[in-house]
Design a protein around this ligand. Structure first.
Ligand code: SF4
Length: 359
């Protein structure tokens, strides 16, 4: 199976020219795949039947993947889908909606870039699954197209994409960049670059590479600890100088792109949520143009607990008092295991929950 959604517009131009079709046929194909989100090559109604048959005989599929299951949170604002890739591998993608008064809701799709993950963060359900394989750009784009189609039926559209699902996007660098270029190309999906955020647990060399791509995408770095010792405990694959290295990489990213980097900090009860660690983090970040996103850890099989609300607010207060820009992430989709660190595709995640089945 080859997904047309994984082609850059220039490659669609090449495809149509190889098929002896005029250039406008390329735009029609891109429109059908990325704007109309058609399910089947046979349904690309703008194309002559013979050309559609040729695409089918060459094994091309549109941009979508089969949906195994979709569940919706009780408040209707979070939707999680389990999708099947061509080789049977399963991945999860999540749609989070944030109602805005008098407007369509902000609709953010959280995509997976790998099946499983090799980084092994101790509090993360995906990390506990181990690594299966990298996704192709077409498989990443397919997750966005899946929700674009879902929203289209309601007269809404995807407003943001975050690379924060299963896997470490920068460990699948080439396909991640390719997916970003397809999603942001005006001839393809056409999302603004500033509406995309890549989240990494810290692959320093790849952060520098991303900074040199000439893209305006946001960067979020998962820090989780203000010192090396604690960070290595939580992110066992982190290098021995990872905290300092990441801060420096964030500064270089800001210098190259003008985009302020967000540091994600998963707050774990009794592990990294003390006032002393908040002060240590504040000292570390003082004077740097960053934003800290505190994420009270979500329940997963790892047995790590979420701190009491009071403790979270105290951590936030210490950072704010030190002049650090800081927010606490709004919890979404916890009951359907769609929140941060909860995505996994094996049975441990498929507990019965009170949800509405869509498909
Ligand atoms: S938090 Fe991210 S990088 Fe860490 S194991 Fe989970 S998916 Fe991988």
């Amino acid at each position: 199976m080859t997904l047309l959604g994984g082609l850059l517009p220039a490659e669609v131009d090449e495809l149509t020219s190889r098929m002896d079709l005029p250039r406008y046929r390329a735009d029609q194909l891109l429109q059908a795949v990325h704007r109309e989100c058609v399910e089947d090559v046979a349904n690309i109604r703008q194309w002559p039947a013979q050309a559609r048959e040729q695409l089918q005989s060459e094994g091309w599929e549109t941009g979508l993947l089969p949906v195994i299951r979709t569940v919706v949170s009780d408040d209707g604002e979070t939707t999680k889908s389990l999708l099947r890739l061509g080789d049977g591998t399963l991945v999860e993608a999540v749609l989070m909606q944030y109602p805005e008064e008098g407007k369509h809701p902000r609709s953010t799709v959280c995509v997976s870039t790998q099946a499983g993950c090799a980084m092994g963060c101790v509090f993360c359900a995906t990390g506990q699954m181990g690594f299966e394989r990298n996704l192709t750009a077409g498989e990443v784009v397919a997750q966005v197209l899946h929700f674009a189609r879902f929203l289209r039926e309601r007269g809404e559209h995807v407003t943001n994409v975050v690379f924060m699902g299963m896997g470490e996007p920068l460990a699948n660098y080439a396909e991640t960049i390719r997916a970003i270029r397809i999603l942001t190309d005006p001839r393809a999906f056409g999302l603004g670059q500033r509406h995309i955020t890549v989240s990494t647990v810290g692959v320093v060399r790849s952060i520098d590479r991303l900074a040199s791509e000439g893209l305006q995408v946001g960067l979020a770095i998962s820090l989780h600890a203000p010192n090396e010792e604690l960070r290595q405990e939580l992110v066992p694959t982190a290098g021995p100088t990872s905290v300092r290295d990441l801060l420096d990489a964030a500064s270089r990213y800001f210098d190259a792109t003008g985009r302020r980097v967000t540091f994600e900090y998963a707050l774990i009860d009794g592990v990294n949520d003390s006032p002393e660690l908040a002060s240590e983090l504040a000292t570390l970040l003082r004077g740097r143009r960053t934003h800290v996103n505190l994420i009270p850890v979500n329940p997963t099989a790892g047995g790590y607990g979420r701190p009491a609300r009071k403790r979270v607010l105290e951590f936030e207060r210490i950072l704010r008092d030190a002049g650090i820009n800081c927010t606490v992430r709004v919890e979404k989709g916890t009951e359907i295991a769609a929140a941060c660190g909860q995505l996994r595709t094996d049975d441990a995640n498929q507990r019965q929950v009170n949800v509405t089945l869509v498909e």
